[in-house]
Ligand binder design. Structure first.
Ligand SMILES: Cc1cc2nc3c(=O)[nH]c(=O)nc-3n(C[C@H](O)[C@H](O)[C@H](O)COP(=O)(O)O)c2cc1C
Length: 170
């Protein structure tokens, strides 16, 4: 049984590709189990004490549609005692007023249900105006941008996974 459950949703594939890169960085499928949220059930979350949530922002400040469909289910999951990290791709040039909002929306809901957030990420190197994903001047998770900074994705994931290994205590 894997230690870590990574739950992702995707519209055009970027979040899935990033999920696979994160899985690889952690050491493969004996460490991280991938779940497409469109196929997931709330009971799947009970198998893990370490959870990674991947969601792109869509439709100007909204969750990706499979996460949108799952959103109310999050209230049926007890996240207490679980450490939860967030990541997703956004588009800081196209959507500078709602950059990465999905991360903030999901983090707020999961924290209300007991989740402990880990994996905060600095805002240096990004240009945007507003984001619901900000907490005390940091992103609530790993902000990726395949539309404008795809060349930075691999290095950002490497750095973040190193950080997460520490924060998960693995
Ligand atoms: C219609 C549309 C709306 C979008 N809205 C936002 C947004 O509000 N904020 C943001 O950061 N990115 C936004 N994006 C960018 C996507 O999040 C980005 O392209 C992402 O890589 C898609 O991930 P996926 O391939 O996993 O679905 C939007 C893209 C489209 C096409």
């Amino acid at each position: 049984m894997s230690n870590i459950g990574l739950f992702f949703g995707t519209q055009t594939g970027n979040t899935q590709t990033e999920s696979e890169t994160i899985q690889k960085e952690f050491g493969g499928d004996n460490v991280v189990n991938l779940h497409d949220i469109s196929q997931a059930e709330s009971s799947d979350f009970n198998n893990y004490n370490y959870i990674i949530v991947g969601c792109p922002t869509w439709n100007v400040g909204e969750l990706q549609s499979d996460w949108e469909d799952f959103y109310d289910e999050l209230d049926n999951i007890d996240f207490s005692g679980k450490k939860v990290a967030y990541f997703g791709p956004g588009d800081q040039v196209g959507y500078p007023d709602t950059f990465q909002d999905a991360l903030g929306i999901l983090e707020e809901k999961i924290s209300e249900n007991g989740g402990e957030t880990v994996g905060y990420w600095p805002t240096e190197g990004y240009e945007f105006s507003e984001s619901k994903a900000l907490r005390n001047g940091k992103f609530v998770g790993l902000a990726l941008d395949e539309d404008n900074q795809s060349d930075l994705t691999e290095e950002r994931i490497k750095t973040w996974v190193t950080q997460l290994k520490q924060e998960f205590g693995l």
